[in-house]
Design a binder for this molecule. Structure first.
Ligand code: AMP
Ligand code: MG
Length: 340
């Protein structure tokens, strides 16, 4: 379902910009199923063998990260840590350390909206699993977990421990962005200067498409065939969207989705979708999730940390911060007022 919905964030080509008779060299496209979604690699202005080798290296790197950070890969440190009892010191490798530290910074900058320690709550809601739950968990089971959400304790010598045994790490809100960043790093190491990695709609862009910016559409949260806005991006930048349409069920006319408010234990009802543009995909991914929980009051916070952001609220109204104002070309189709 995730793939079905997220891949509708479209990457528009702008072939009409090439008025001259010289045909630009073709783009290289490859799509793989990794990170639980379709990941599309697009490379411009590069000889075919170089592009192919770079894409394969980037794909392998992204798969490696998925194995390390996914909770269901038993050989990964995340899964191993999740099975430990309380107060057992655990030394993470430096890669895990770095992402945990980034997530913890984001947690404090976002006023605790972002929490990588809500794995138990995520499992309770069952929206990351297959098959997904189709009814909400009981109020008492949610309340039982709430006091122990913020449960990761730093120790000396870069070790960590759980405060309670139920503490579960969940990198679902940030690991895809990190994987995209590592994929781009791999492309650059192979000499690629113009490319996009698009992981189910979450993207990082480098360079240009034959000298003109890449044109990126942001999908309408209630109509996968429509875009709400388009933005021209070039250089080295990332754009990530979080949406309540990715994984959800409807119960008693109410939508229950996979982005949880750590304060209430319920899916955040403050947005239908959020989009963040940042220097890298780790930041954009983490902040799009955090902003979803914060709602439109979070837009100035994202602005303060130097990122552009856009939010469609629960009622379908579009809000954006000042940085986004200057980047955005609002599309023809305003979001509908549908509340589901
Ligand atoms: P995203 O699609 O990037 O917004 O991430 C959603 C995923 O992040 C969920 O499937 C959970 O695994 C995890 N998640 C849900 N709520 C939060 C939250 N408040 N903070 C951090 N991660 C979360
Ligand atoms: Mg995210």
């Amino acid at each position: 379902m995730l793939i079905q919905f997220k891949r509708w964030i479209t990457l528009f080509t702008c072939t009409f910009l090439f008025a001259s008779c010289d045909q630009p060299p073709p783009l290289h496209h490859e799509t793989f199923f990794i990170l639980g979604t379709l990941v599309e690699f697009t490379i411009a202005d590069t000889p075919e063998p170089t592009a192919q080798a770079a894409i394969l290296a980037a794909k392998d790197e992204m798969q490696r990260i998925h194995t390390r950070f996914a909770t269901n890969h038993s050989e990964g440190e995340t899964a191993i840590f999740n099975q430990l009892p309380a107060h057992r010191p655990f030394l993470f490798s430096s890669e895990e350390q770095q992402l945990i530290l980034q997530a913890q910074l984001l947690q404090s900058q976002s006023q605790q909206a972002f929490q990588i320690t809500l794995g138990a709550l995520d499992q309770l809601w069952g929206l990351s699993q297959s098959p997904m739950r189709s009814t909400p968990p009981s109020e008492s089971s949610i309340q039982q977990l709430l006091p122990d959400i913020d449960c990761l304790e730093p120790l000396a010598n870069q070790q960590w421990q759980k405060r309670v045994a139920s503490c579960q790490l969940d990198f679902g809100g940030i690991a895809k962005g990190y994987a995209i960043d590592q994929g781009i790093k791999m492309l650059k190491a192979h000499g690629i200067a113009n490319a996009i990695i698009n992981a189910g709609g979450d993207m990082r862009i480098i360079g240009t498409k034959h000298g003109t910016p890449w044109k990126i559409g942001i999908r309408h949260p209630r109509n996968a065939t429509k875009t709400i806005a388009a933005v021209d991006l070039s250089g080295d930048v990332s754009i990530v969207t979080s949406g309540d349409y990715e994984r959800f069920f409807i119960y008693n006319d109410r939508r229950y989705h996979h982005i949880l408010d750590p304060k209430t234990g319920y899916p955040s009802d403050r947005a239908q979708s959020t989009t963040v543009i940042a220097d890298n995909a780790t930041l954009a991914d983490g902040w799009s999730t955090a902003l979803f929980v914060l709602g439109k009051e979070g837009l100035p916070i994202v602005e303060k940390y130097g990122m552009a952001a856009l939010l469609i609220d629960h009622d379908g109204h579009l809000y954006q911060n000042q940085r986004m104002d200057s980047m955005l070309k609002t599309a023809q189709h305003p979001p509908s007022l549908s509340q589901q």
